[in-house]
Write a protein that binds this ligand. Structure first.
Ligand SMILES: *Cc1c(COP(=O)(O)O)cnc(C)c1O
Length: 342
């Protein structure tokens, strides 16, 4: 049977029916032009203490300085600005462990659009409140990212909302990749990047940009031992389901999707290695950030620092650590900084 597609005269035609599944440097350059002025151009600052420890120049890319306290604004802003007018007007919907939901809510408010954020009951209360205070509708569903995602799919069909995926989307990956362009601008001699790794949007975007502009640079993903979905997928050679566990790096929780279209192949092909960390090692990263760098950093944001402290990444040459977010519960942060490991 031949299916003849109706001609789409409006905004629907702006996105190809078969979405592209890969991302290249030109996509990231387009994203950078689109989001300039709407997201922060974050600083890359030297870390004397980590440089001493490693015997290499170590720099911190402070995505904690984004208005929502995490890099996810880059991908969400780029994906929403890439939509046609009709898709935007229907309202945005996403599932999120927190920072992506916050990014979509912030983007919606900036652009005058509606947003519904679906999340599991495991998401910390401070993150839920932050999203509510940005004016988005919050729906709490189930106990896993998969339950929240099922609700997104239901709302897309039932109410016609426009989904903004947290990582497995070319426009989201291209938005996160703008970090890679800034790294090369600020540190042309870049030799190694340590990147927090969950669904892989951040790592894939940075890897595409950095490997295109400086092929000799190594990109190392860093995850927690408790439920490292991308590491398990790369080891298995295909996306696999992992059990979601509580971790200090809560923003790294959740699977990569068994039907992953974009980030799995890019991470498999472009990452030079993946490091896994214990909860105590992640806690040490959060403590170091607070005591030595004067930065409030959440568990997921501290894993690059933690990998260096644990001696699990031995970079050669100028190194950049992506400090991806700062959204940690105050009480948890105080407890960790005063010496606790969980
Ligand atoms: C989402 C997130 C990550 C991981 O990004 P992925 O694109 O899912 O790999 C890392 N750190 C923070 C703070 C995050 O919010």
């Amino acid at each position: 049977m031949t299916v003849i597609k109706p001609h789409l005269a409006t905004a629907e035609a702006e996105r190809p029916a078969a979405a592209p599944t890969s991302v290249g440097l030109p996509d990231i350059e387009v994203a950078a032009a689109r989001i300039t002025g709407k997201v922060e151009r974050t600083p890359l600052v030297g870390s004397p203490s980590l440089s001493r420890l490693c015997g290499q120049p170590v720099h911190l890319k402070l995505e904690t300085r984004q208005p929502i306290g995490a890099f996810k604004l880059r991908g969400a802003m780029n994906a929403v600005l890439a939509l046609g007018e009709a898709q935007r007007r229907r309202g945005l919907v996403t599932a999120s462990t927190g920072n992506h939901g916050r990014a979509v809510a912030y983007t919606a408010r900036q652009l005058g659009l509606g947003a519904t954020i679906c999340m599991s009951a495991l998401v910390p209360a401070n993150k839920v409140e932050a999203i509510r205070s940005l004016g988005a509708r919050v729906r709490i569903v189930g106990r896993s990212q998969d339950d929240a995602q099922a609700e997104v799919e239901r709302l897309v069909v039932a109410d016609g909302l426009t989904p903004i995926p947290p990582f497995d989307d070319p426009d989201v990956v291209a938005g996160q990749g703008t970090i890679g362009l800034e790294l090369i601008e600020d540190l042309p001699s870049l030799a190694c990047v340590l990147v927090p790794l969950s669904g892989g949007g951040l790592a894939a975007g940075i890897a595409v940009a950095v490997k295109a502009l400086r092929p000799s640079a190594r990109i190392i993903g860093v995850s927690m031992e408790r439920g490292a979905a991308m590491a398990a997928a790369i080891a298995a050679g295909r996306p696999v389901a992992v059990v979601e566990e509580e971790t200090l790096a809560d923003s790294l929780g959740g699977g990569i999707g068994v039907a992953n279209q974009v980030t799995f192949a890019l991470c498999r092909d472009l990452l030079d290695g993946v490091v896994l960390l214990s909860e105590a090692e992640i806690a040490a990263g959060i403590r170091h950030a607070a005591r030595e760098e004067g930065e409030i950093v959440e568990g997921a944001g501290a894993v690059g620092i933690a990998a260096l402290l644990a001696g699990k990444a031995n970079p050669q040459g100028p190194t950049a650590i992506i400090v991806s977010g700062r959204n940690i519960d105050d009480t948890v942060h105080r407890r960790i900084v005063s010496g606790a490991n969980a």
